[in-house]
Write a protein that binds this ligand. Structure first.
Ligand code: IVH
Length: 691
């Protein structure tokens, strides 16, 4: 039951969203702001919620659908998913080349290369998980793991949750039409910056963290519950056409660029924007590039354990064939590992904003690829126990990019018996209160709400999320230590005189900080929600919540069951939100934030509507009809529309622009609107019309 107009609008929104996804993820050059993008998504979600019949599996809103699986079904690959031979030196690269040159027909005219110069494509060797994606008439129909190279596992539902993975190709209206059947190989991974955030989030929630991005990607992909996968920041890079119903390209270079025009992300450039994927005409330049990239590997946005060198001409690759499951036409140049062994001197425990203790290894300083490393992550106490890491141990430490290095494990053979086991602290290193270790959880926690370390971290987090310039960890420490701020809401009653009592604060600095605190009252509801620091509610989940609930008060009144029914919200987060609101000190904080003028609701709503003659009139010229029960008295909604220039009439006619539908809508208005093809909106969609 929907009109033609709605159907067209839904199709248009999907096209636009897919297009913006492509600009953002594949081309890295977005044309709209995040806010504008969110608005399109919100409108599409609202329409699909009102007209569930319009939902299709390839809609950008439907990345998470489906329930937890019992296990994964086996699927056969259309062609073997081969691995590669390795090269670890310049010499190895030349040896590989000499070997394959001998296999090509001596008579150049017989060579698939003909008279063209040979060429090589060099790509990053992503350290992630290989996936095989099947498209039929442009629709993603199957996604599988590599498995043993012949048979993989069907992980389609999990793969669908990856934002950068096209559900339908081409993703832009002007992209080429794909072959009827197309199978693409790619790698799923987690970008280094996302990995750090993910681990921080898990640690705060008292959940086990991942040892490295690859493990995190693997653990997330093989999740039986796609809702968990959806919460993980997975990324995809495509690099190979496994098979197609008709040949589409003749070279690897063209294959990569063809994949890109279809909408697949291919290897992202280095941090400074330099392309990583390169094409060379001589083997010397290939080897030079390998050496150069080895030096610059910290510039990559993801972990790569080397580069892959491929003969560009696909017919030559084909002619070279494979031996022992490895194609001859490509070779993996492996970077030397960025690892070192050193001695673990001690372990430091720090208290995070939720009270969880995080262990950090204090090391005898050592150099890894030119960088001195003296501290490394130990993830959590379970990791220490699992690996039986002891003080005095020689440990293997690895680093990648700029992220904090991590301990891989102890070198057990290097022990001399003097090593000491590591004990979890029994009292909080900050406040001295007893540490608790909740049954069945990984975390060791300080549960003292007044613990200074927690207060500092909470304040620091709040300032970070609300973008309060000039309030970093150091200032947060000073504010807490001086007793000026206990909870973030206290920021809004700070005075200049108080700030001047802090070391290093003079007039200008105090004024600047007060100004940035004041400007944080203008942040939108979703951000404020994220800043509250509710366990499990980071910026992404806060956005989901702000779309589903118009205000913090509405959220506070929602039952755990209703919360968990929201797409993207699992039972654990639902429970965490509920229990956050039951605590008196959290409710007090909300009241303080309200008084300070922070935004605790989305967009304007009837409540806040003061009819304004001078303000903009975004609904001018539009006629509305209301049917059914709305969340507030109909008069209020009417006043809200009128304050924005709209008109509300009692019956639907050809002059009506929108029918606003509440609960139990009246049949007459509804049927009439349908006959006349008049768009129907729910209450939330009405309020977003003026955004
Ligand atoms: S090409 C015929 N290219 O590295 C195609 N593989 O042993 C053969 N890998 O697990 C693979 N990045 O999945 C190729 N740019 C890239 C790659 C890549 C990562 C993986 C591959 C395999 C391993 C090679």
């Amino acid at each position: 039951m929907y009109s033609q107009i709605i159907q067209e609008r839904v199709a248009q929104l999907r096209n636009e969203i897919n297009f913006h996804n492509y600009r953002y993820f594949v081309l890295d050059s977005p044309l709209v702001s995040d806010g504008e993008y969110d608005q399109l998504m919100d409108e599409l979600r609202t329409l699909e919620a009102t007209y569930p019949e319009l939902r299709t599996l390839d809609s950008p809103t439907q990345r998470v659908s489906g329930e937890a699986a019992e296990g994964f079904t086996k699927v056969e690959h259309p062609a073997p998913i081969l691995s590669l031979d390795k090269a670890t030196s310049r010499e190895d690269i030349f040896v590989w080349h000499t070997r394959i040159s001998k296999l090509l027909p001596e008579d150049a005219s017989l060579s698939p290369l003909g008279n063209r110069a040979p060429a090589y494509v060099v790509e990053p060797k992503f350290d992630g998980l290989t996936v095989v994606l099947h498209y039929e008439n442009g629709q993603l129909v199957l996604g599988a793991t590599r498995g043993d190279g012949q048979i993989g596992e069907d992980i389609t539902t999990n793969l669908r949750t990856i934002n950068t993975l096209p559900l339908r190709i081409p993703v832009t209206p002007d992209g080429p039409q794909p072959p009827a059947y197309l199978v693409v190989r790619g790698e799923v991974l987690i970008l280094l910056k996302d990995f750090e955030q993910l681990n921080a989030r898990l640690a705060e929630a008292g959940q086990p963290t991942f040892a490295n991005p690859r493990n995190a990607a693997a653990g997330s992909l093989r999740q039986l519950d796609p809702r968990v996968t959806a919460e993980r920041p997975l990324t995809l890079y495509a690099y190979h056409i496994v098979t197609a119903s008709h040949p589409v390209v003749a070279s690897q270079w063209d294959a990569l660029h063809y994949l890109k025009t279809l909408g697949f992300p291919i290897a992202a450039p280095l941090k400074n924007g330099d392309e990583v994927i390169r094409r060379f005409e001589t083997l010397d330049s290939v080897a030079d590039y390998c050496a150069e990239m080895n030096e610059r590997r910290d510039m990559l946005l993801y972990e790569a354990d080397g580069l892959v060198i491929k003969i560009d001409d696909l017919a030559t690759q084909e002619a070279l064939g494979a031996v022992g499951g490895r194609p001859r036409g490509a070779v993996a140049y492996k970077f030397p590992p960025q690892e070192a062994t050193t001695t673990l001197n001690d372990v430091e425990f720090s208290v995070g904003r939720t009270g969880v203790l995080t262990p950090t290894a204090l090391l005898v300083p050592t150099s890894i690829a030119g960088v001195t490393v003296s501290r490394a992550s130990l993830h959590n106490f379970d990791f220490i126990k699992e690996r039986d890491i002891r003080i005095g141990d020689r440990v293997l430490v690895r680093r990648a990019g700029d992220v904090i290095p991590y301990v891989v494990g102890p070198i057990v053979d290097a022990r001399d018996g003097s090593e000491q086991s590591i004990q979890a602290p029994t009292v909080c290193p900050s406040c001295g209160d007893p540490i608790v270790h909740p049954e069945g959880e990984v975390a060791y926690m300080c549960i003292n709400a007044a613990c200074p370390a927690q207060r500092v971290q909470k304040l620091n987090y709040f300032a970070h999320v609300l973008d309060i310039e000039g309030l970093g960890e150091r200032t947060a420490e000073q504010l807490v230590a001086q007793g000026l701020v206990a909870v973030p809401a206290d920021l809004y009653t700070l005075t200049k005189a108080e700030l001047l009592t802090l070391e290093g604060f003079a007039d200008k600095k105090a004024e600047n900080l007060l100004a940035s605190i004041a400007s944080s009252t203008g942040r939108d509801f979703a951000r404020v929600l994220a800043a509250l620091g509710i366990r499990g509610v980071g910026t992404t989940i806060a956005q989901v919540l702000a779309t589903a609930f118009p205000s913090l008060d509405a959220l506070a009144l929602t039952s755990t069951e209703s919360l968990a029914a929201v797409e993207g919200i699992g039972p654990i987060i639902a429970e965490s939100i509920q229990s956050w609101f039951t605590r008196a000190h959290n409710r007090e904080m909300v009241e303080k934030l309200r008084q300070a003028g922070l935004r605790l609701r989305v967009a304007p709503t009837p409540e806040s509507a003061v009819p304004s003659q001078t303000g903009p009139l975004p609904l001018k010229g539009l006629n509305f009809v209301i049917t059914g029960t709305l969340s507030r008295p109909r008069d209020e909604v009417k006043a809200w529309i009128e304050a924005r220039g709209g008109k509300v009439t009692g019956s639907v006619s050809s002059k009506t622009h929108y029918l606003i539908i509440g609960e139990n809508p009246g049949g007459n208005k509804y049927n009439r609107a349908q006959q006349l093809n008049i768009p129907m909106l729910d209450e939330t969609a009405l309020y977003t019309l003026t955004k």
